[in-house]
Design a protein around this ligand. Structure first.
Ligand code: ADP
Ligand code: MG
Length: 353
């Protein structure tokens, strides 16, 4: 990264905390009518929701070395993804995200340009999803980068979809495809190791753009929420797939006090993901069930709504809800029944650096 000596401010130390905040938040425009005051006072001011609405509030903390690795994650993508994971949680409640706050803690290893890149990604996600950046906090760390984003959303109370509403015989749908983000991560880690062993080696990323994009630049499924609204369908339960399908099914079944049956041959797996998974000697079904970070929506609907949904390419029926006693089971392509184990990401046990 280049430094321009004609601009003495291009240095974090000189800029200081207030200078940095001013720099990062300059020219912020707000688009949500409920944003009465954004950055610049002791608190942002948000108009209270309408009488029949509720506020949704969600937060995520991302820590360098635990949740991301800057060797292969561009800061712009990191900023974008950090916003997306929060918006995904709001959509998973069948809500609309309105505002976010961004708190960062940075070590002296970071340049102003690096933090600008992070904010370019944050701002891009905000503008694409029509969300206002209304505040945050800025601090320093002894080492590494920390980002915490909080999102505020709204939803009419009667439309909010919880994890606990699944009923026996409901159909289980998932949007998009599963496992790609995880295989994308494995590709990035493999090439990191190759590079560390021999810095002259160029990364081998031929034909895997989709997988890298799924890992580095996920989107939140606003379009699925809009589709359900258009079709006049309110799911009986919903969750976003952040830790992996198996883990999310466990959340829905546990909170709804139900079981489920999932069919292996119905799992939506992208052909490149399938191919690359096999190349890593990982069963593609395992990648789809346990990979995580797909940020797809997993939801259940009453059977009466099936006709309305069945022709939509971006959503796939993968099984149905059963009674709790039946447990969670996966029917393999050969018809063998396997119990579904919740694995998910365990950051304490599974260090991704
Ligand atoms: P306070 O001392 O009240 O915490 P700050 O000086 O930290 O205020 O922040 C001043 C304003 O800048 C506030 O509106 C705050 O929300 C906003 N802000 C601080 N850090 C960030 C950041 N990293 N991103 C966006 N807004 C920020
Ligand atoms: Mg502060």
């Amino acid at each position: 990264m280049s430094k321009n000596n004609n601009q003495p401010c291009e240095d974090l130390q000189k800029l200081g905390e207030f200078g940095l905040i001013d720099h990062l938040t300059q020219n912020l425009k707000t688009v949500q009518p409920s944003t009465l005051k954004g950055v610049g006072d002791d608190a942002a001011v948000i108009a209270a929701p309408e009488k029949d609405e509720a506020l949704l509030l969600t937060t995520d903390l991302l820590i360098e070395g635990i949740h991301f690795d800057l060797t292969y994650v561009p800061l712009r993508h990191l900023g974008y993804k950090a916003v997306i994971v929060n918006l995904s949680d709001i959509y998973a409640m069948n809500g609309t995200p309105r505002q976010i706050t961004v708190s960062i803690a940075i070590s002296n290893r970071f340049s102003l340009e690096a933090i600008e890149e992070l904010y370019a990604g944050i701002r891009l996600a905000c503008s694409r999803y029509g969300v206002d950046l209304v505040g945050g906090d800025t601090s320093s760390t002894h080492a590494g980068l920390y980002i915490s984003i909080t999102a505020v959303g709204t939803a009419p109370k009667k439309n909010i979809v919880y994890r606990n509403g699944a009923q026996e015989n409901d159909l289980i749908f998932v949007s998009g495809d599963l496992g790609s983000a995880y295989i994308g991560l494995l590709l990035l880690e493999r090439e990191k190791k190759v590079f560390e062993a021999n810095p002259d080696m160029q990364p081998d990323f031929e034909n895997v753009d989709y997988l890298l994009e799924r890992q580095l630049k996920p989107e939140a499924r606003r379009n699925i929420i809009e589709l359900l609204k258009e079709l006049n369908i309110t799911p009986t339960s919903m969750i976003d797939v952040s830790d992996g399908l198996a883990s999310e099914l466990h959340h829905i079944c546990k909170q709804s006090d139900k079981g489920c049956t999932i069919y292996e041959d119905k799992l939506p797996i992208d052909p490149t993901t399938y191919e690359q998974s096999v190349a890593f000697s990982i069963d593609p079904t395992t990648a789809a069930m346990n990979g995580g970070e797909d940020y797809e929506l997993l939801f259940t609907i009453n059977q009466k709504d099936y006709e309305k949904l069945k022709d939509h390419l971006e959503i796939t029926p993968i099984g149905h809800i059963t009674d709790a006693a039946a447990g969670l089971q996966l029917i393999s392509k050969k018809g063998v029944v396997y119990p579904i184990q919740a694995q998910g990401w365990n950051h304490l046990a599974h260090k991704k650096v």
